[in-house]
Design a protein around this ligand. Structure first.
Ligand SMILES: NC(=O)c1ccc[n+]([C@@H]2O[C@H](COP(=O)([O-])OP(=O)(O)OC[C@H]3O[C@@H](n4cnc5c(N)ncnc54)[C@H](OP(=O)(O)O)[C@@H]3O)[C@@H](O)[C@H]2O)c1
Length: 343
């Protein structure tokens, strides 16, 4: 079946700005099979003028990729652009009454100084939006017209730790988290860089942005803390690994005082009882168990022993870490079933 512009009806019309990139292409794939959506328009930058199926022949969508010039007619706009670009477009889209879901880091951080320090880009004070992690902020997302989708490392790490920091029942205090998270190469986007080429990355791993990755303040913010006044010690080492998609986070957590395994287990099971995309696993999580899905798999891998435990969390960076979570958020904003189009 070939998808050109679909007929309208009661369906919500959708535009993807940045449709030629990896996250944008995943959005197109999901939107085409989503029963409540109609794909209205696709926008690109260097690839404008081509058809979507020229870039992604596995998807039968012959819509032309347009150069965005402020003319979007769709009711819902997903933005999957490099950091800094959404800042230029979002205020105008919101002003025109569009529902906006931005996948970049432009609107995630409430603290402007932290944004400028970690993204190395200027930002207008106060330009943050509802931080849209459904498992933590479902009620706020349901009320919002414009949301900022979480980062991929941040999603996996925050979900791996959230039961300690959110919810009514917080019997344990975390004193430190030491996290190493390995990302597949698609996390860096479609634009090729020499250090990410096959011959550089095949059978290779490389840590990068150690101590200065832009998801550090995002993780702290979502856990009710900040990098300038941390409520617990947090170290984060991102690593790029020799696989295409997936994030694998190994979280070494220290608690103040002792805890039993069953108490930790109960805490996690109660916290995620109503979360359709978080799976608590009794066996070790693996990237291939979540690749091509919107699931986050979490496993308490060891402990607690002397208050220490190891938690392993895995997601698909392009789905739960980007496009899948973005559609999950849109479903909540529209009052639809959270899982619609994502199963
Ligand atoms: N990749 C991931 O795993 C992931 C996960 C979570 C969040 N994100 C975020 O999602 C956003 C998109 O990431 P991605 O990995 O999908 O990137 P990508 O594959 O590099 O795609 C970038 C998109 O932006 C367009 N673009 C590039 N420069 C532009 C400019 N100056 N003005 C307007 N459009 C421009 C590109 O168009 P052309 O191709 O036509 O040039 C392409 O459609 C980023 O903010 C990223 O941080 C990515």
């Amino acid at each position: 079946m070939t998808h050109s512009k679909a007929p309208s009806g009661a369906l919500h019309s959708v535009a993807v700005i940045g449709a030629s990139g990896y996250s944008g292409a995943e959005l197109v794939r999901i939107i085409l099979r989503h029963p409540a959506l109609r794909l209205d328009s696709l926008y690109a930058f260097s690839q404008a003028g081509k058809r979507f199926s020229d870039l992604y022949p596995s998807v039968s969508c012959d819509m032309e990729l347009l150069r965005y010039a402020g003319e979007c007619d769709a009711d819902i706009c997903f933005l999957a652009l490099p950091h800094g670009e959404a800042l230029k477009l979002v205020p105008e889209l919101i002003g025109r009454g569009k529902m906006v879901i931005d996948l970049s880091g432009d609107f995630r951080l409430k603290n402007t100084d932290e944004h400028e320090r970690y993204y190395l880009q200027p930002k207008t004070a106060g330009s943050s939006m509802t931080y849209a992690m459904p498992e933590l902020f479902r009620n706020e997302i349901a009320q919002a017209k414009a949301v900022s989708n979480p980062g991929c490392y941040a999603t996996s790490i925050i979900l791996g730790l959230a039961p300690f920091f959110h919810g009514n029942d917080r019997p344990f205090r975390v004193s430190s988290v030491n996290c190493t998270a390995i990302s597949g190469i698609s996390g860096a986007g479609r634009t090729s860089k020499t250090e990410l080429s096959f011959s550089e990355m095949s059978e290779n791993m490389r840590a990068y942005k150690v101590g200065c990755h832009q998801h550090t303040p995002e993780i702290m913010q979502a856990l009710g803390s900040s990098v300038s006044e941390p409520a617990f010690d947090f170290t984060f080492t991102p690593v790029i690994g020799p696989f295409t998609r997936g994030i694998y986070s190994v979280l070494n957590v220290s608690l103040d005082g002792e805890a039993s395994g069953s108490a930790i287990d109960d805490l996690y099971r109660n916290f995620y009882a109503g979360a359709p995309f978080v799976r608590l696993r009794d066996t070790m999580t693996e990237v291939r168990h979540v690749a091509l899905t919107n699931f986050c798999d979490i496993h308490i891998a060891s402990g607690p022993e002397n208050g220490r435990l190891v938690i392993v969390s895995a997601i698909d960076n392009l789905l739960k870490g980007a496009a899948g979570q973005a559609v999950q958020n849109m479903n909540i904003m529209l009052g639809l079933e959270e899982t619609l189009g994502l199963s």
